[in-house]
Design a protein. Structure first.
Lengths: 286, 403
């Protein structure tokens, strides 16, 4: 019983970070119907950001969090104007190809720079030990920061004028434009935010686990599952979806081999798509 | 005007034909060896080390004038491509290397999975292939005739770890957690048999997917089982993550042996999480074999370090050894004819800096490595610095076991 409780707690902690990782993907999809296949690569650049700030420059590890958000946002806005803007409103295959190309370029550049060798950032925070089970400080800090960032995003989208404009563009771009909202700028802003969320989730993941330039693929796949569980285009739902995925990983492993986890995750993914094509907590679409 | 154009065109063709005709003279003194390396993809780390081993051997042989055989000296020319750590690329590229690039001999790619794929192609075309970086036995049990394994096979990998653990604690509860890839599964099969034979209990026997990013749930299982030891792992990224999480979660283990990952010098970046982790190794720089052929381990280590500014692990040493074994076989055969070289490899019983090499000639397991022995190395802290020491077998140990 204690073992199951420990797995539940661990699942919630890791799941919150999965949720944060998926939030950027779902925000971009929700606002502009773009499936960002460069999401995983951006997450990895967030990981390497932590490595260079903490290991090479000697800065405190968590100072990388705001830096990742700012740099991710700037890079995201730039990426929007370079690779995404021209394919908005075009068939979805175009956006898939464009973002996949960006993904390949980023992974290629990363491999040339850092090879696919693992990198590790030794971050140490006091943890909590209970009945022989240790909950690490880095996991708890990552979960808390993930929830805080998700909360800030919620406040921004629902309680600020700019955030409401972003949601208006997501609901009906034509109507938003007629109301005087600069929709292209709002799309760039939303894309920048999505990339910033991907980058900061990478930074938090790198405080917990070693990583390689290829680590993004696994987190991108998890983000798809989380996005479907939480509802396509619903950033708040992504957090719930992430925690649900973390719980599934934590609890299911108590009763079956770990190698079955991807089968369960993707089985659930397919079932959700069949039963709820836009995800379980999908927002109403105009 | 037209006739002068025709003249120049024909002259050009004639010159091209003369140049093409002169190529075989050069080719006679050049030996083309083909292989793929994982310059991208998840196997890049270990594959790059292996490729560096090949390259160091080639550069040294060429600097010394080439391989001597049949009154000729053959300079080594490599034909190599990036296999992207993908089976499908290996299949395409080995065919290209043989058919288009006309490679005379082959080295294998890195990892058991890719070796198995390359072996199908090399055997189809009857090309001698020295396999390094692949420990799985299966390809040698399929009746192949031109495949020669440099590494000790997978069933040897955790043999030393189990023996060393048995000496420290014969009643140790062992959690066995391994990646679900061909190599790790082959190791797993041997571990089960040996643990049973030695009367040791596997309290947990579980595989994980190579894409696993969080080992927290399985570590909780290990803690719940109150295991004393953990054996397993798979390749680099998963092994490094597992080691760090075992440390972060204070799993209470007295013994941890992981496959592959801890052998890399990069493993030291885990800091305290690396201390006490042991790794079955095909070779370590400290080994003290008296070579019949080629440099000593110390000389190889010095040369490798001078070229790449990093100490070699066993993947690099395996690459270099593959080159030396092929060179020795060609020199013994006095020919570059595949059948004669294969015959020399079949007769080989040679000690190099990599250890003893002997290939099985039993038709049921032809080419399987039966001469080489592995060692068990462990990361230990000496004067505040992380170093890898050989702890098993006792005859080769450079430090006591940290248990």
């Amino acid at each position: 019983m204690i073992a199951i409780l420990a797995s539940v707690f661990d699942g919630v902690l890791v799941g919150a970070v999965y949720g944060l990782a998926a939030m950027g993907l779902t925000l971009i999809w929700g606002v502009m119907n773009v499936i960002n296949l460069a999401h995983g690569a951006i997450t990895v650049f967030g990981m390497f950001g932590l490595y260079f700030l903490a290991t090479e420059l000697g800065l405190p590890a968590y100072s990388a969090v705001p830096i990742a958000i700012v740099c991710g946002f700037v890079a995201g806005v730039a990426l929007y104007w370079i690779a995404v803007h021209r394919i908005i409103g075009r068939p979805e295959l175009m956006s898939l190809l464009a973002t996949f190309a960006v993904n390949m370029m980023l992974v290629g550049i990363g491999t040339a720079l850092w090879t696919t060798s693992p990198f590790n950032v030794p971050v140490s925070l006091p943890g909590v030990t209970w009945e022989g089970y240790t909950f690490t400080g880095t996991h708890m800090m990552a979960a808390v920061l993930a929830v805080v960032i998700a909360g800030l995003l919620y406040v921004f989208l629902h309680h600020t004028r700019v955030g409401k404009a972003v949601r208006a563009v997501a609901d009906n771009r034509g109507a938003a434009e007629l109301s005087g909202i600069p929709t292209a700028q709002m799309l760039a802003l939303a894309f920048g935010l999505g990339i910033a969320l991907a980058a900061v989730s990478g930074t938090l993941i790198a405080t917990m686990f070693p990583f390689t330039i290829l680590s993004g693929e696994a987190y991108q796949l998890k983000s798809f599952v989380v996005t479907v569980l939480g509802g396509l285009g619903n950033p708040a739902g992504a957090l719930i979806g992430g925690i649900a995925l973390g719980l599934i990983e934590g609890i299911a492993t108590r009763f079956m081999p770990l190698s079955w986890i991807p089968i369960i995750e993707f089985g659930l993914f397919v079932l959700c798509l069949l039963a709820f094509p836009r995800g379980i907590f999908a927002p109403a679409k105009a | 005007m037209k006739s002068s154009a025709t003249f120049f065109g024909l002259s050009g063709l004639a010159v091209a034909a003369l140049l093409a005709g002169s190529t075989p003279t050069l080719a006679e003194d050049t030996l083309t060896i083909g292989f793929t390396a994982s310059q991208t993809g998840k196997l890049n780390n270990d594959s790059t080390a292996q490729m560096r081993g090949f390259e160091l051997w080639r550069d040294e042989v060429n600097a010394a004038g080439g391989i001597k055989a049949g009154g000729k000296q053959y300079k080594i020319n490599f034909v190599s491509y990036d296999d992207e750590s993908q089976n499908t690329r290996v299949q395409q590229l080995y065919t290209r290397i043989i058919v288009q690039d006309k490679a005379q001999f082959l080295f294998s790619p890195y990892s058991s999975g890719l070796v198995a794929t390359a072996a199908i192609v090399s055997e189809q075309y009857g090309k001698v292939m020295l396999t390094t970086g692949g420990a799985e036995e299966k390809p040698y049990r399929l009746g192949n005739k031109y495949l020669f394994q440099v590494y000790s096979p997978a069933d040897q990998y955790l043999k030393g770890a189990l023996l060393a653990l048995k000496e420290k604690n014969p009643k140790a509860k062992i959690a066995f957690v391994y990646e679900d890839d061909p190599f790790s599964k082959a190791v797993a099969q041997a571990v089960r048999a040996q643990a049973k034979q030695d009367g040791m209990a596997l309290s947990l026997d579980e595989s994980y997917s190579g894409s696993t990013t969080d080992f927290g749930p399985i570590i909780n299982k290990v803690i719940a089982d109150k295991a004393d030891a953990l054996l397993g792992g798979g390749h680099y990224a998963d092994g490094a993550t597992l080691a760090r999480q075992l440390h972060d979660q204070n799993a209470g283990l007295k013994w941890v042996t992981l496959l592959v990952a801890p052998d890399s010098p990069n493993f030291a970046t885990l800091g305290d999480a690396a201390v006490g982790i042991s790794v079955p190794s095909q070779w370590e720089p400290q080994v003290n074999f008296k070579p019949d052929f080629g440099p000593t381990a110390a000389e190889f280590t010095k040369r490798f370090n001078a070229k790449y500014k990093i100490d070699p692990g066993y993947h690099a040493a395996g690459g270099y050894a593959a080159g030396m074994l092929l060179q020795h076989a060609i020199e013994q055969a006095g020919s570059v004819e595949p059948a004669k070289v294969a015959d020399a490899l079949n007769k080989m019983d040679l000690t190099t800096m990599f250890g003893r090499t002997k290939f099985s000639t039993n038709p049921k397991e032809h080419g399987l490595q039966i001469g080489h022995e592995m060692v068990l190395a462990q990361w230990q802290k000496k004067d505040g610095k992380l170093v890898k020491e050989v702890i098993w077998p006792k005859a080769a140990k450079t430090a006591d076991i940290l248990y």
